[in-house]
Design a protein around this ligand. Sequence first.
Ligand SMILES: Cc1ncc(COP(=O)(O)O)c(C=O)c1O
Length: 364
Amino acid sequence: MTKIKPNDYVRAAPSQDQPPASTNHPEFKINLSLNESPYPPSPQVVEAFQQSVGTLNRYPNYFSADIRKVLGKKYKLDDTRIMCAAGSEQILAYISRTYIGQGDEVIYPRYGFMVYRFNIAMEGAIPVAIDHDENFVIVVDNILNSVTDKTRLVFLDNPGNPTGTYLPYTEIKRLRKELPQHILLVLDAAYAEFVTEIDYDAGFKLVDEYENVIVTRTLSKLYGLAGLRVGWAYSTPEVINTLMHLKGGYNVSKPAQTAGTAAILDNKYALECRDKCRIGINYLTQELRAMELNVTDSVCNFIMLHFPDRNQMKNCDNFLKDHSIKVGPLGLYNLKKTLRITVGTNDENQIFINVMKKFMKINT
Ligand SMILES: Cc1ncc(COP(=O)(O)O)c(C=O)c1O
């Protein structure tokens, strides 16, 4: 028998065999490893979700019409230029599938969302990583200086994962202005809802001003719906209509659409969660710095914690695991001395800090 062979690009792509931390380690009491919201969805969302159960024999709305309508209203966007999918990861994959191929170059931040690199490799394109500055902030000139005539696309997570840092809107505007116009700029704003800094903007205005900009967003983070899988994107009619060709079937389930719509409408709850997360991030940052540990300033719901060396990072990770706490080592990003810590509830944050104090006592 001759076995069917997979496409070479697929074999060349980095393996994603390892399940993410939360599914891999159900035994941990506190999971601070995946940038999820520590808070459950709002009661209104739970009620909407439960109501959808009675009609599960019916397919969902093919175009996620209700979510798009409420998003359009909330952000003052033309909802015909919004598309939804099963998580923004799915939209990022559609973008790669649609616009890049073998030999094309794609620029992305070296410490940017891991999935870009997987998707670029999957299409047989060439990933071009750009360096951050010493504070893990993206350097626009490094992007501009990496452009060649093979560059088709730039992925930019703003704010960034795992860095937690952001670029002010003036820099994003400059990037779009100075990038060759035919290059598609993907602004991945998965954590935008957490940012309160006044010089930040997710970039919808740029979509209206330029041909080649797409902004991606998600309900997985602040809205606490990571388990339901709802992401969305805003771009020109051409880009959105093209990506819709890849959508395939009914990819956003009925409970996801119903609960997602309710989540966007419950702005008060979302803002409460945002403020609690910010208080938690400030608390973690201050407490860890008081232990003389190095923490990168973050505008997101997670922080990067840097150790003097790899051994100490590993010892700390193991010590936390022994206390039933899972955090995110960043070896896959080649940040071998760093742990990424997602904010927890107040109680979880306090337990984490107490365990860290114990660790520091033993190890310094
Ligand atoms: C920067 C960034 N973009 C996109 C995503 C994907 O989110 P989702 O597929 O849950 O919408 C994540 C998830 O961690 C992320 O960190």
